[in-house]
Design a protein. Structure first.
Length: 567
């Protein structure tokens, strides 16, 4: 009898930071190791990764990490996971291995560090391997990255199927063909649990294919544009880059992939004839300004793409300089949270002499599952239970609405939270779930920030209302504040008009804090943590009353006793 548990360390009620723990008879399998990159660096936070405390506590049972779709938001925190379990096997496809190795090598070069040495195990599609307690079979999916995998975890009672994202397509290109129909060979037609990414459910009611096809759109622009073409798209959108290569080959234009990470993958695919019989002509970075009709493809993560575009548009790039007859294409759909960055880029492009500016039409969909894709998947696989992942809460609900239209029972679609662990015994769902406490881990310039939710609140408070720095010397014998130093940063502008108000606040705070200290000493209840909390409330109240602000209050107390000073 198999004991199965599943929970998310990240990736539920959020897009990004995907990281899931699947336990089969005590053996733990980690699926993805994702990351969230905020649209801008705020409060010192550059990245957000899953809480790996549970991982560290259970590392002896972990059998490997499985990367299905090798996009940065799904593998970006591997370097931090690697600190806990340095030699953990990372299972991926051959394309996934190239992306992972290239990314971490280039990142190390950029930061002048030694690259982390990942223990990558390349899996073959439809070839089963025993890893710990489970027989695991990868199968191909058709999505934005070629050779992406889903995984079947097989147990004696039935199987668990995991899929990041997919579309139902008849694409015969070997890079993007799927093997979903082959799953039955490895599941014994008994799927206990389907774990699947929500894709773009709710945004499009039909099938994604053929509405994702984009080569003819690019080709028409290339035929209509006399000069060079600058195209910007995200690193994970390999499908679009290959469509650009196809269009460039059809219109006899050379192409340059202006991305260290993606250039290596493109070279591999081109060398191994994955781009078709008519391969595009590629030119080096040093020939960009000499070419009159090159297709320059700028790729980057969601964090790095916009600065890359700005660098070229502002003529700060040493190898490519904008000309009047250039054409600019932003080949992506708008991502929530990045609207401002996108608008700024288009505004800056318009300030140049470029007069042909294009944005991908809404009618062209991402290579991601729509409503009918999800419905046909469920009708085909007939799982007993489903857990939708990688989406906001509204996406999970939209998924539920779509799938129950195909007759699937609503109660068997499990809408979870991060940290909510569900269990199955002998293929049956246990009635109660347990919760694993998780705290997001914030990454700053210097690495992991030792902050939790309360610290992030304080940073937000400091950003909005400023800081009050308060220090005083307190005499225990005389029970008075002998020296009182007070300063503000970013709270108010000190003018002749408000200076008397500030002096009144200082005087009132001095009186209230002195009384607070005296009472605490008399009662022998000098708890410094509680004292500082009380002082913060006193100062907060005074500033809120006079200036409608609640600054962050940082307090230093020095005690004097006779000739001694005690901090």
């Amino acid at each position: 009898m198999s004991k199965i548990e599943f929970f998310a360390l990240g990736g539920i009620d959020e897009r990004g930071k995907d990281c899931y723990a699947l336990t089969i008879n005590g053996d733990i399998y980690i699926i993805n190791c994702g990351i969230i990159t905020p649209p801008s660096v705020s409060l010192g936070v550059k990245k957000i990764i899953p809480d790996f405390l549970w991982i560290n506590q259970n590392k002896r049972a972990i059998k490997g990490i499985f990367i299905g779709t090798p996009s940065y938001d799904r593998f970006g925190s591997l370097e931090f996971f690697h600190e806990f379990i340095p030699n953990i096997p990372v299972y991926a496809s051959n394309v996934g291995a190239i992306i992972l190795n290239t990314y971490f090598q280039k990142r190390a070069m950029r930061h002048k560090q030694h690259p982390i040495k990942l223990n990558i195990r390349v899996m073959e599609p439809l070839k089963t391997e025993r890893i710990g307690a489970a027989l695991i079979t990868p199968f191909r999916l058709s999505n934005s990255i070629p050779r992406s995998f889903g995984f079947v975890f097989n147990t004696p009672e039935g199987s668990i199927v995991y899929m990041d994202d997919f579309i139902v397509s008849s694409n015969k290109n070997t890079l993007f063909e799927d093997e979903i129909v082959e799953i039955y060979r490895f599941t014994g037609r008994c799927i206990i649990l389907l774990i699947v990414g929500t894709g773009i459910v709710g945004r499009f009611k039909g099938y994604t294919a053929p509405n994702h096809r984009v080569a003819s759109y690019f080709e028409n622009i290339m035929l209509d544009s006399p000069g060079r073409i600058i195209v910007a798209c995200y690193d994970h959108d390999v499908y679009k880059v290959l469509a650009l290569a196809q269009a460039a080959a059809s219109t006899n234009r050379p192409i340059n992939i202006y991305s260290n990470v993606f250039a290596d993958l493109f070279k591999f695919l081109n060398t191994h004839a994955y781009l078709g019989n008519k391969r595009p002509l590629t030119i080096g970075d040093d020939k960009l300004d000499e070419s009159s009709n090159v297709v320059l493809v700028i790729t980057g993560t969601t964090q790095r793409l916009f600065p890359k575009i700005e660098k070229i548009i502002n003529d700060d790039d040493p190898k490519f300089h904008v000309k009047d007859d250039d054409t600019f294409i932003f080949a992506e759909n708008t991502i929530p949270g990045f609207e401002t960055f996108e608008a700024k880029v288009f505004d800056n492009v318009a300030r140049t002499n470029i007069n042909r500016i294009y944005k991908l039409p809404r009618e062209i969909l991402p290579v991601s599952a729509s409503n009918e894709d999800h419905k046909i998947l469920v009708e085909t696989l007939k799982p007993k239970y489903i857990i939708p992942v990688n989406g906001l809460y509204m996406d999970l609900i939209e998924y539920q609405k779509a799938v129950i239209q195909s007759g699937f029972p609503k109660q068997n679609i499990l809408i979870l939270e991060n940290g909510q662990c569900v269990s199955f015994n002998n293929a049956e769902l246990e009635p109660k779930s347990k919760f694993i406490k998780l705290e997001p881990q914030y990454i700053g310039t210097q690495g992991v920030l030792d902050v939790g939710a309360s610290s992030m609140f304080e940073r937000e408070q400091m950003k909005e209302n400023g800081v009050v720095l308060l220090s005083f010397l307190y005499s225990k014998e005389e029970k008075i504040i002998k020296k009182f130093n007070y300063d503000t940063v970013g709270v108010i502008n000190i003018t002749d008009e408000n200076r008397p108000i500030i002096n009144a606040i200082i005087e009132e705070c001095n009186k209230l804090i002195s009384n607070l200290m005296s009472v605490a000493i008399e009662k022998n209840a000098l708890d410094m943590k509680e004292i500082k909390i009380s002082i913060r409330k006193i100062v907060d109240k005074q500033f809120e009353k006079k200036f409608n602000k609640k600054p962050l209050v940082l307090t230093t107390i020095i005690f004097s006793k006779g000739s001694k000073i005690i901090k």
